[in-house]
Structures are given as structure tokens and as C-alpha cells.
Design a binder for this molecule. Structure first.
Ligand SMILES: [Cu+2]
Length: 268
């Protein structure tokens, strides 16, 4: 093969690769949203709907907000929320951020909330909202929600009784092979304020108990702080089945008591 042909071939491959990459980028910014309804309330003739990719549970949740009048979707100027758990003798909030226009689908506003307790016997959750429409009309109300218990949230306290809520943010469904691993860590400054903690060190250890006193770990990298309370590492699972991952937070050179996440890893 002469040099010209080789170069032509490389150019052709490069063009193909470039096209493939462009297509991927387009797809990634517009993934198909597969939402389920969580609840909806009607205020002053407007229907406010809360949707998510799954039933709400302890740990991190993406909340999608939609506002409709007579079946027509409205795009508000802003949506402001506040999740509250009413526990009878006290109320508290949870770590969350404010909704912004969803990149995935401009019919929705989207925010993240980490629910720190399940609803039920202990108390009930609701999200108060205030929505400013394009015509400056403000609609406000409350959205009652159910929050189920999950394995994705745990907490630990330091010697000074500061609490750290540790959320297993990703992978949502661990699978055999390489997984990007993301935790979130929040603390509690008051019952209504749960800021992200950005300056911790984190050490993890994934382990599979094979029974009979034997077990093994697998390849992993310790998560590192990447801002906004996120800690990013990886685990490459060698087998499907039940795994545990212990997490040690190191705050100001103090190693806090170990917490353990237990979950199943799917074959694919
Ligand atoms: Cu509570």
C-alpha cells in the first residue's frame, strides 16, 4: 500500500471516529428521559407535577418539576423548593439544591435531593414550592411525597458529634466490570441546613464474602473530592453477587468509624 493510500485511509477513519464522537455527544446531552409520576397538586388552576426516574428513596434523587395549565406546559421564571420532614415533635429538612431548567428536557425544572430518612411511622415528607411564572404570578403550595428506605445512604459521627451523611450516588446499578463510583457527603449545620462537605479524605474497601471464612476484594481507586460534596473513584467488580464496600472518612486527620454499604452487583 502506498503512502497516499495509507493517508487516505487514516483520514477516512479519522472522519468516521469524529462523526461517531459527535453523534455520541449529541446523544449524551439528550438522553431519553424515562420518568414516572411521583405526585401532583393543583393550585389556582395550575397543576404542578413531580416526576422522577424511580420511586423516591433515601439517598440521592433527581426531582423533575412540570407546571401545566389546561394541559399546556408552562415554563416558569423560577422554581424554589424546600423539602421538610414532619416528625411530630420536630421538623427537619435534608440536603438538596434548587431546581433549574432541566438540560435533558426543557419542559422540566430539575433538582437533586438527598433524603436522609425514609417516611412512614417516624414522620412524613413534603416539599413546599414557590413558582414564579413568566407573568410574575407566584404559585405556592406543598407536595406530599413518599420516601422509601434504600441501601444508598448511611451516616457517621465524629468525636464532636458532627454528623456526616454519606450517599452512594453512582453507579445506580453496579455491574460486573468497571464502574465510576461517586459518593456525596453532607453535614448538618441546623435542622434546616445540610451543606456539602468538600474537604474530606475517603478510603474504601470493596469486599465479597465467599462464605466459609474466605472472600476477596477487587480493583478499585479511592474516591477523591471533586467539589460540591462529590467524591469520585472507581470499582472494577470481578464477580456478580453480594458485595460490601466499607467507607472511612478522614476529617482533619481523624479517621471516623467505618460505615458499610451492602448491595448486589449484576452480571450485566
Ligand atoms: Cu426525620
Amino acid at each position: 500500500m502506498n503512502m497516499l493510500k495509507v493517508c487516505g485511509r487514516i483520514a477516512a477513519i479519522a472522519a468516521l471516529v469524529f462523526t461517531a464522537v459527535s453523534c455520541n455527544t449529541t446523544n449524551d446531552s439528550n438522553p431519553k428521559l424515562d420518568l414516572i409520576p411521583i405526585n401532583s397538586v393543583t393550585v389556582d388552576g395550575y397543576t404542578i407535577s413531580l416526576e422522577s426516574v424511580k420511586e423516591l428513596e433515601t439517598g440521592s434523587n433527581d426531582l423533575f418539576w412540570k407546571i401545566e395549565q389546561d394541559g399546556e406546559i408552562m415554563t416558569p421564571q423560577s422554581v424554589s423548593i424546600n423539602p421538610i420532614m414532619d416528625m411530630g415533635d420536630m421538623m427537619h429538612s435534608t440536603p438538596y439544591n434548587q431546581p433549574e431548567k432541566a438540560k435533558e428536557d426543557d419542559r422540566y425544572f430539575k433538582n437533586m435531593a438527598v433524603f436522609i430518612m425514609p417516611g412512614g411511622m417516624m414522620g412524613s415528607w413534603s416539599i413546599s414550592f414557590e413558582i414564579t411564572l413568566q407573568n410574575d404570578e407566584v404559585i405556592s403550595g406543598e407536595m406530599p411525597i413518599e420516601v422509601a428506605s434504600s441501601w444508598r445512604l448511611t451516616s457517621v459521627r465524629d468525636d464532636n458529634d458532627n454528623i456526616y451523611f454519606i450517599t452512594w450516588h453512582a453507579p445506580k446499578t453496579p455491574v460486573v466490570g468497571g464502574n465510576d463510583l461517586t459518593f456525596m457527603v453532607h453535614t448538618r449545620e441546623s435542622m434546616m441546613n445540610f451543606p456539602a462537605v468538600e474537604d474530606l479524605e475517603m478510603e474504601i474497601y470493596p469486599y465479597m464474602d465467599m462464605g466459609g471464612g474466605s472472600g476477596h476484594s477487587t480493583d478499585f481507586t479511592n474516591p477523591k473530592a471533586s467539589g460540591d460534596g462529590l467524591y469520585e473513584g472507581s470499582i472494577n467488580y470481578s464477580m456478580s453477587g453480594t458485595w460490601t464496600t466499607s467507607v472511612n472518612l478522614i476529617a482533619e486527620n481523624d479517621t471516623l468509624p467505618e460505615v458499610v454499604f451492602e448491595y448486589s452487583v449484576r452480571a450485566e
